[in-house]
Design a binder for this molecule. Structure first.
Ligand code: MGD
Ligand code: MGD
Ligand code: MO
Length: 763
């Protein structure tokens, strides 16, 4: 049954809605940045902090994974409104100390909203849950307690070790080494809920699960297709790249159920025209697609491309590339030639004319890039959809040459780096054996649990210890009630965190909070001040060094926490020199150089001003060594149209302009015209008319899934120009509507962007 969600700020009564904005950033963006930063950090700290974001000698913005410019392309201001909010959130002057925990029981904190929890400030010392309250505990005692629990398990597979994508490469490498030395591959991470579908599709078709383009490519492209992504909010610096591409004559096509402000028009706050003028119109074509219709769209594009090729052979298909570098073209061609256009219209909600115009732009392009994010990855057929995009790119030979390629735009600032460093429940054999021989410790081969499997294992009593380095597992995962019950059932939960969040108030029988340094903070160890390294969405690895004094003298770095735990768990005679790693992170990097492919000479290369770019065979050499055949793979993907019963809508859960995942910065969603409320559901006015529901009505959202119904209460309806039959609401408030078992094929990513729901008006 539905709980009156404590996620709620019951502010929907004050909710104000207005026209959605048709442009992004400009003056309101700058004003919002400064207001938010100064409220959290004060004036001097704001000035000092914002100056070093994403600069060579500064820290990597903890916002998104969009790359910085290299060489002379690096700007004096390499951050955006939302990056500044992420920084302010971490560099806040507010603190959560022992007095705070003494005066609030866990039960009481569990009634608070996520927003309230996050607003209390930075965690300052290790805490352990005893009875009703968290109490201070020393670091050594905390490590001993975890080690004791881990040693008591009947198998290491009864423990789960989660990671969120802010963890540095050094910490990630040591964490997976700790977990594998202990004896399990249970390393679920936020990526399981994020770009897992992209990784799976790209690895199968191109041989490497990462994007193939660089920032320079974007500037050279003549066509950039942005599918299922809202860069104006989630990757604002990408808008500058789109604007530059546009200036060079590129066309931009946006594919989205929502007319997202940043995609339609952009006011760059970093130039005069952006501040005073009307800004740059970005999208040349906006395809307002139905949720989960993209596989059909790209099959239809493939169908038209082949038809035009048949009419004028040699003009559309890049024959030389297809013959030399790919396999299974004929199977693909046969499949899309037999396309059922009625299914395409039903799935996309688009007309033949709209699709044809788009396909024509694709056929005319000489340098095409396709970018995408969560709008593609969080659907049942996500992997097939991304494979379909790869098909179109391969037909046109749009990979491994300047200005062209596949560009999954990553979320968390180091989520890609964490994977490179081994955070994955199914790392390949080559990595595991390299790790084993580097350190002389046996490493298990059996695949571990991903996020969804980890929840099931905890629910079923098969996993009993849960540890998280970062993130907010309780709020970010699907099926909130199931997940929270699963966490509460654990014997021990351990959260390594910077700030208080929902996961701390849904504790296991014993629970620890271990506070850690953030990106912005100075990290001093025995050999002096340390830096860490990260990898952005375009495979650039570089340094990040914090400059602020730590939020509290008791904080430890993630590296120090992991090494401290390892020493308690393995004792002094372990073959891995854990204590030495903490003293000097160069020693960690020397091992990364030996184990991680592409990282030879790591310590030298990360010290070059812009860092270095990891190898990527398709991008660098038009080679596809990683696939089974050694060539790029065309795939034939069965087209399945999601059936939505009459009277029901397809609901997506997405981000407002005022949040970072489960961290809520504020109650507004400026570009969508929403003020003072998050419990809203956006619905097309024609659907509202058909359902006889008024704009502004209060409804429950009821998701219908095979096993049972799930209900989220009290959402305010907002009539909004989304695609027909589709609705949208915010993550994480609606996560209890996402069934644990409803996941994408192959990637097992929760389908948080296509939920069949009905709206039930409240009396
Ligand atoms: N400020 C800020 N920045 C962030 C984050 C944040 O929360 N706040 N989160 C970070 C993380 S971890 C990630 S993964 C990224 C997320 O970046 P996005 O993927 O941009 O995030 P969402 O808000 O989930 O938006 C999904 C977009 O896809 C569209 N969409 C949904 N379903 C479909 C579909 O079926 N087809 C198509 N074509 N479009 C669809 C939605 O309308 C929306 O525009 O951002 C990162 N950056
Ligand atoms: N319904 C729905 N669910 C979703 C999504 C969706 O679109 N819809 N998106 C999914 C996606 S794309 C993602 S990536 C996941 C995100 O899942 P997570 O990564 O688990 O969640 P976050 O909200 O990013 O984590 C925020 C917490 O991280 C901690 N933190 C911040 N900085 C640091 C640091 O430097 N070190 C440490 N140790 N901790 C730190 C803080 O305590 C903060 O409360 O959610 C997924 N869930
Ligand atoms: Mo993400």
């Amino acid at each position: 049954m539905a709980r009156e969600a404590p996620h709620t700020d019951v502010t929907e009564d004050e909710l104000a809605t207005g026209e959605p904005k048709t442009f992004a950033a400009g003056i309101p963006g700058v004003a919002a940045t400064l207001r938010h930063s100064m409220a959290q950090m004060g004036v001097a700290r704001t000035a000092r902090t914002l100056r070093v974001i994403n600069q060579r000698d500064g820290f990597d913005c903890p916002g998104c994974a969009w790359p910085e410019g290299r060489g002379e392309h690096r700007k004096a201001v390499e951050f955006c409104e939302n990056g500044a909010k992420a920084v302010a959130e971490e560099a806040t002057l507010r603190r959560v100390g022992r007095e705070f925990f003494a005066s609030h029981s866990v039960a009481e904190l569990a009634e608070r909203t996520d927003y309230w929890l996050g607003q209390q400030g930075r965690l300052t010392e290790p805490m352990v849950l005893r009875g009703t309250h968290y109490e201070p505990i020393g670091w050594d005692a905390a490590f001993a307690l975890i080690a004791e629990h881990l040693r008591a398990l009947s198998t290491p597979d009864e423990a789960v070790f989660y990671t969120s994508g802010r963890t540095s490469n050094e910490a990630a490498f040591l964490y997976q080494l700790l977990v594998r030395s202990y004896g399990t591959n249970n390393l679920p991470d936020c990526s399981n809920m994020c770009h897992e579908s992209s990784g799976a599709a790209l690895a199968q078709t191109t041989g490497i699960g990462k994007g193939s383009v660089t920032l320079a490519d974007l500037e050279q492209a003549d066509l950039i297709v942005v599918v299922g992504q809202n860069p104006g909010t989630n990757h604002p610096r990408m808008l500058s790249a789109l604007e530059a591409a546009k200036g060079n004559g590129a066309k931009i096509v946006a594919v989205n159920p929502l007319p997202e402000a940043g995609l339609l028009r952009f006011k760059n706050p970093q130039n005069v025209r952006g501040v005073v003028g009307r800004g740059t119109p970005l999208a040349d074509q906006f395809l307002q697609i139905r949720l989960a219709g993209d596989q059909a769209l790209f099959q239809a594009v493939g169908n038209l491309l082949l038809r035009w090729e048949d009419a004028r052979p040699g003009t559309v298909v890049d024959r030389a590339f297809v013959e030399r570098s790919t396999v299974d073209f004929d199977r693909y061609a046969e499949h899309v030639r037999a396309l059922d256009w009625e299914a395409v219209f039903a799935a996309t909600g688009l007309t033949h004319g709209e699709i044809e115009k788009f396909a024509r732009t694709v056929a005319d392009s000489k340098r095409m890039i396709v970018c995408w994010a969560m709008g593609l990855t969080q659907h049942r057929h996500a992997v097939a959809t991304i494979r379909e995009i790869a098909n179109v790119v391969l037909v046109r030979g749009m990979i491994g040459k300047p200005g062209a390629g596949l560009c999954p735009v990553r979320g968390h600032s180091n989520v890609q780096g964490d994977r490179t460093m081994g955070i994955w429940e199914k790392m390949p054999e080559a990595f595991l054996s390299a790790l084993e021989s580097e350190f002389g410790v046996p490493v298990p081969r059996k695949h571990g649990y991903d996020t969804v499997e980890a929840i099931r294992a905890m629910r079923d009593g098969k996993a009993k210890v849960f540890m998280a380095v970062g993130g907010n597992f309780a709020a970010a995962t699907p099926d909130t009630e199931v997940t929270e019950a699963a966490l509460r059932q654990c014997e021990l939960t351990v959260q390594v965190s910077t700030k208080l969040n929902r996961s701390h108030v849904v504790p296991g029988r014993t629970a620890l909070i271990l506070p850690t340094l953030g990106r912005t903070e100075r990290d001093k160890q025995a050999s002096g001040e340390q830096f860490v390294t990260v990898e952005d969405s375009m495979s650039v690895v570089h340094r990040s060094r914090g400059r602020l004094d730590p939020a509290s003298p008791h904080l430890r770095s993630e590296v120090a926490i992991i090494c401290g735990l390892a020493q308690a768990l393995f004792g002094p005679d372990h073959p891995v020199p854990w204590a030495r790693f903490v003293e000097d992170y160069d020693r960690v990097r020397d091992h990364i150089a030996n184990v991680v492919p592409g990282c030879a000479d790591y310590n030298t290369r990360v010290r070059t001003p812009d860092g270095f770019v990891l190898p990527h065979a398709p991008r660098d050499a038009r080679e596809f060594r990683g696939t089974e055949s050694g060539k790029a793979l065309f795939t034939a993907n069965e087209l399945t149209v999601l059936e939505v019963p009459p009277g029901r809508l397809l609901l997506q859960t997405l981000r407002s302009h005022d949040q970072y995942n489960t961290t809520i910065y504020g109650m507004d969603d400026r570009y969508r015209g929403v003020k003072d409320g998050r419990r809203v559901v956006f619905v097309n006015p024609d659907d509202l008319a058909a359902l006889s529901i008024d704009d502004g009505a209060l409804v429950d959202l009821v998701s219908e899934y095979a096993d049972r119904e799930r209900r989220a209460e009290r959402f305010r309806v907002v009539a909004y120009p989304t695609a027909r039959g589709c609705a949208a609401t915010y993550f994480p408030e609606a996560n209890n509507l996402v069934p644990l078992d409803s996941t994408a094929e192959v990637s097992n990513t929760p389908t948080s962007k296509s939920l069949v729901v009905r709206l039930e008006p409240r009396p």
